[in-house]
Design a protein around this ligand. Structure first.
Ligand code: MOS
Length: 740
C-alpha cells in the first residue's frame, strides 16, 4: 500500500472488517469465561406502585437456577439518588433493586441467574410479582403538559433565550407561519442489544460491556458499587450499534456485576428486544410550536420556537430541539424555550442527533411553509436568511460551506426542473414531490489521551480507550497514525475498547475523530520527535548529527530533506535503540470555542412519489451535500452520512413507539411492529462531501460526520410530501392515514 491508497482521506477498507465478517470479533455477550452463568432481567408490568412481594417457588423449581435477586435480598448500595455523585446525563438514576417502588412499566425489578440462558429465562417467566397500586400513572402526553417545568440546562445552554423583540417582530411581518408540530417516542434499536458480562476475581471486577463509553462505565460502576476505579476494568472491542442508547450506564450494567457477586461466578446478562423499550432510554415525544414572520422579500423578522418534551419521574432529560433555531438563520428578534412534562415512563436519552434531528424537522417544515406563503423558492428563502455568523452566540463560524452545499446539492438533484405548484409534477397515478431542507450539527470536541509505540520490526502500535460503534474508529485512527508516522497503514496497529488504554471520551455527539484523532496525532508526533532525537544522537545512523528539523518520515524511512543518500529505516533505529520508542499524549480543545462557532452544514433534497388513490408513499431518491471539514476516510465517512440519511427516512416515515395509555407499556416493542427502514424502503442516496478547510476546529480540521446525516431529512421529505399532495403533515411519522 502507498500513501495515495491509505493516507488521510483515502477510502481505506475497515481494518476490523475481516474480524467482523469471519465472526472473530467478540461482542459483549461473546466472551467465554470459565463457569459462566446466565442472568436475565425481570421487569415490572405496571407503570407505578410498589412491589408487595414475590412468589418465587415455581421459579426456584426450574433446574439450574442459581439465585433470584430482588429488592428483598440484593446487596444494599449507597443510594444513587441521594449521594449527589451520579449526575445525569452520564450517570443516570438507576433501578438497582434497592426499593420496592416501581417507577415505570418494564423497569428492572429482579434478576434471575441460572446455569443456562434457557433456565434463567424460564424461571424469570415463572417469577410471580404481587403489586400494590394506589395512584394513577401519568401516561398521556397531553395530560402531562398540564404541569410543565424548565430543564436546568439544555446540553449546557440555557433552556430559554431571547434576542430583540420577538412579539413586536411578529406583528411587523408581511407573512407569518404559526404552527404546532410533533415528533413521537422513538427507540434506538441497535442490532446488538445491550449486554454485560461481569467477572469478579477477588475484589477486582472485569466488565465486557456494549457501551459507547468504557471509561464512563468504569467511573460510574465504581462509584455505584463503592469500588476504587482501579479495581475495575471495562472492555468493549466491538459494538453492534449504539445511536446514543449506549452512551450512558443503565441499570443492567450494575445489576450484572451484583448478580456475578451473588452467584460467585462470571455472569452474562443480555437484554431481550422487549427490554430495549424502557430501561435503556428513548427519544422523547415532543410538541413544538414554531412561529416565523418575514417581510415581503422573505427576510426573517422574528422567530419563536417553544419545545415541550416528555421526561420520566426519575430524571429531567430534555430533547434539545430549539438549539438549531438559535443558530441556523439570521433573525434579529427571537425567543426559544424548552419545557418538560414528567410522565411515568423510563428516562429518555440522547438519540441520533438529539435536538437537531427533531428540531430541524420543525424549523425546516416551517421555513417551507413560509416559502409557500411567500411564493418563493425554498432555497432562495434560505439564502436570503443565510447567517454569515452565528446569530445566537454572535461569533464567526470556524468555516461554513452551506451556500456551496445548496448549489452543488441542487445541481446534482436537478432542482431547477422543479415546478413550484403542489401536485404539478404528476407521473401517471403517482404524485411527485420535491422538497429540501438544511442540515446542521455542532462540531464538538473533548479531551482525550492516546499512546503510540514504534517497534523494532518497523511497525507501530497505537491505542486509546475509545470505542468503535461500527462507524470506523479503528480505521480512521489507523490512517491518522500512519499519516503522522509516515508509515503504510498496514504497518500500524490501532487498538481501543479497554480501560487499560488512556482515557478517551464518550463516543457521542459526533466527537470521536475530533477528540481521539487529535490525541492520536499528538501521541504520534511525540513518538516521532523522540525517534528524531534518538537517530541524530546515534553514531551508527547515517543521520547522526543531522538537525531534527531537516528530517522527515516517509514509507517507514527517516529521510534527510536535502540529502537523498542519508536515510535510515525506522525499524533499524528502534532496534539499535534496544527497546520500543513510546510516548503518550493528550489533546484538548482550547480557546477556539470562545472565538468561533463550530458546526457542520449540509443541504438535503428528497423526491417522494405518492400514489394518487392508495396514498402509498415512496422515496426513490435523496441527495445530501455536506461541508464537514476534512474527511478522514472517504468510504467510512460516506457510509456514516448515508446511514444518517437512512435513519432520517425512518424518522420521516416509519419510526414511532406507541405508549399504551392504560399500562405504560410500549405496545410495539419489537422489530416486527416498530419499523426501521430496510433495503426495500431505500432508493438512490447520493452523498456529496464538498471541499472544506477548517483551520480552527481541531488539529485535523475534521468535523464529525456521525449525526449530521439524519438532520434535515425528515424536513426535506415532509416538504416533498407537501409538494406532491398539498398536504402539510406536521406530526411524524408521515403515515398513509395522514395523507387521505
Ligand atoms: Mo449520539 S445520540 O450523541 O450517541
Amino acid at each position: 500500500m502507498n500513501r495515495q491508497q491509505d493516507g488521510i482521506g483515502a477510502p481505506l477498507d475497515r481494518t476490523d472488517g475481516i474480524a467482523k465478517v469471519t465472526g472473530a470479533a467478540r461482542y459483549a455477550a461473546e466472551h467465554p469465561l470459565p463457569g459462566l452463568a446466565y442472568a436475565v432481567l425481570v421487569t415490572s408490568t405496571i407503570p407505578k406502585g410498589r412491589i408487595a412481594g414475590f412468589d418465587a417457588a415455581a421459579a426456584r423449581e426450574v433446574p439450574g437456577v442459581l439465585a433470584i435477586m430482588t429488592h428483598e435480598n440484593a446487596p444494599k448500595l449507597p443510594d444513587p439518588t441521594k449521594s449527589g455523585k451520579l449526575q445525569p446525563p452520564i450517570g443516570r438514576v438507576l433501578s438497582l433493586l434497592q426499593y420496592d417502588a416501581v417507577h415505570y412499566n418494564n423497569e428492572p425489578i429482579a434478576v434471575v441467574i441460572a446455569e443456562t440462558f434457557e433456565a434463567a429465562r424460564e424461571a424469570g417467566a415463572r417469577l410471580k410479582v404481587r403489586y400494590e397500586t394506589a395512584e394513577d400513572a401519568v401516561l398521556d402526553f397531553d395530560a402531562a403538559q398540564e404541569s410543565l417545568h424548565p430543564p436546568k440546562s439544555v446540553l449546557g445552554e440555557p433552556s430559554d433565550t431571547r434576542r430583540g423583540d420577538a412579539l413586536a417582530g411578529m406583528l411587523e411581518g408581511a407573512v407569518t407561519v404559526n404552527q404546532t408540530y410533533g415528533t413521537p417516542f422513538e427507540h434506538h434499536n441497535p442490532m446488538e442489544p445491550h449486554a454485560t458480562t461481569a467477572h469478579w476475581e477477588g475484589d477486582s471486577l472485569t466488565l465486557y460491556d456494549s457501551t459507547q463509553y468504557i471509561h464512563g462505565v468504569r467511573r460510574i460502576v465504581a462509584q455505584t458499587l463503592g469500588l476504587a476505579p482501579d479495581k475495575l476494568r471495562v472492555l468493549c472491542p466491538y459494538i453492534g450499534g449504539g445511536f446514543g442508547c449506549k452512551g450512558s450506564v443503565w441499570s443492567h450494567v450494575v445489576l450484572a456485576a451484583m448478580a456475578a457477586r451473588m452467584a460467585g461466578r462470571p455472569v452474562k446478562l443480555v437484554l431481550d428486544r422487549v427490554q430495549l423499550f424502557g430501561p435503556v432510554g428513548a427519544r422523547p415525544v415532543t410538541q413544538q410550536r414554531m412561529a416565523l414572520a418575514a417581510d415581503a422579500g422573505g427576510r426573517l423578522i422574528a422567530s419563536r420556537h417553544d419545545v415541550i418534551a416528555a421526561t420520566s419521574m426519575l430524571e429531567d432529560w430534555i430533547e434539545p430541539s430549539a438549539l438549531i433555531t438559535r443558530m441556523l438563520y439570521d433573525c434579529p428578534n427571537q425567543e426559544t424555550s424548552h419545557r418538560l412534562a414528567s410522565m411515568d415512563i423510563g428516562t429518555p436519552t440522547f438519540m441520533r442527533a438529539p435536538g437537531e434531528a427533531t428540531g430541524s424537522f420543525v424549523l425546516e417544515s416551517a421555513m417551507d411553509e413560509l416559502a409557500v406563503a411567500l411564493k418563493m423558492d425554498p432555497i432562495a428563502l434560505r439564502l436570503t436568511n443565510h447567517a454569515d455568523r452565528d446569530p445566537g452566540k454572535n461569533l464567526p463560524w470556524s468555516s461554513k460551506s452551506l451556500r456551496e452545499c445548496y448549489r452543488i446539492g441542487a445541481e446534482r438533484f436537478g432542482w431547477s426542473r422543479r415546478r413550484p405548484e403542489p401536485g404539478s409534477m404528476r407521473d401517471g397515478d403517482w404524485l411527485i414531490g420535491w422538497g429540501m431542507a438544511t442540515a446542521t450539527y455542532p462540531t464538538n470536541r473533548s479531551a482525550a489521551t492516546a499512546s503510540a509505540r514504534l517497534n523494532a520490526d518497523g511497525s507501530a502500535a497505537v491505542c486509546s480507550g475509545s470505542q468503535d460503534l461500527g462507524t470506523g474508529t479503528y480505521t480512521v485512527m489507523t490512517q491518522i497514525a500512519a499519516d503522522t508516522l509516515g508509515l503504510p497503514a498496514d504497518r500500524v496497529h490501532f487498538d481501543l475498547g479497554d480501560t487499560r488504554y488512556p482515557e478517551a471520551p464518550v463516543s457521542g455527539g459526533s466527537t470521536t475523530v475530533a477528540s481521539v484523532g487529535s490525541a492520536v496525532r499528538a501521541a504520534c508526533e511525540a513518538v516521532k520527535m523522540k525517534l528524531f532525537g534518538i537517530a541524530v544522537a546515534d553514531a551508527a545512523s547515517p543521520l547522526a548529527g543531522a538537525l531534527a528539523s531537516d528530517l522527515l518520515l516517509e514509507d517507514g524511512w527517516l529521510l534527510h530533506k536535502n540529502d537523498d543518500a542519508r536515510r535510515d529505516a525506522v525499524g533499524e533505529i528502534v532496534a539499535r535503540h534496544g527497546k520500543p520508542i513510546a510516548a503518550e499524549a493528550s489533546a484538548a480543545p482550547g480557546a477556539e470555542k470562545d472565538s468561533y462557532s463550530m458546526h457542520a452544514f449540509g443541504a438535503v433534497f428528497a423526491e417522494v412519489r405518492v400514489h394518487a388513490a392508495t396514498r402509498e408513499l415512496r422515496v426513490p431518491r435523496i441527495t445530501g451535500a455536506y461541508g464537514v471539514g476534512r474527511l478522514i476516510n472517504a468510504k467510512t465517512g460516506r457510509s456514516q452520512l448515508l446511514g444518517g440519511i437512512v435513519w432520517g427516512l425512518g424518522m420521516a416515515l416509519l419510526e414511532e413507539s406507541y405508549l399504551d395509555r392504560e399500562t405504560g407499556r410500549i405496545a410495539n416493542d419489537n422489530l416486527a411492529e416498530y419499523h426501521v427502514p430496510v433495503n426495500a424502503d431505500i432508493g438512490d442516496i447520493d452523498v456529496i462531501v464538498v471541499d472544506e478547510e477548517d483551520p480552527h476546529v481541531n488539529p485535523l480540521g475534521a468535523k464529525g460526520v456521525g449525526e449530521i446525516g439524519i438532520t434535515g431529512v425528515a424536513g426535506a421529505i415532509a416538504n416533498a410530501v407537501h409538494h406532491a399532495t398539498g398536504i402539510r403533515v406536521r406530526e411524524l411519522p408521515i403515515t398513509l392515514d395522514k395523507l387521505l
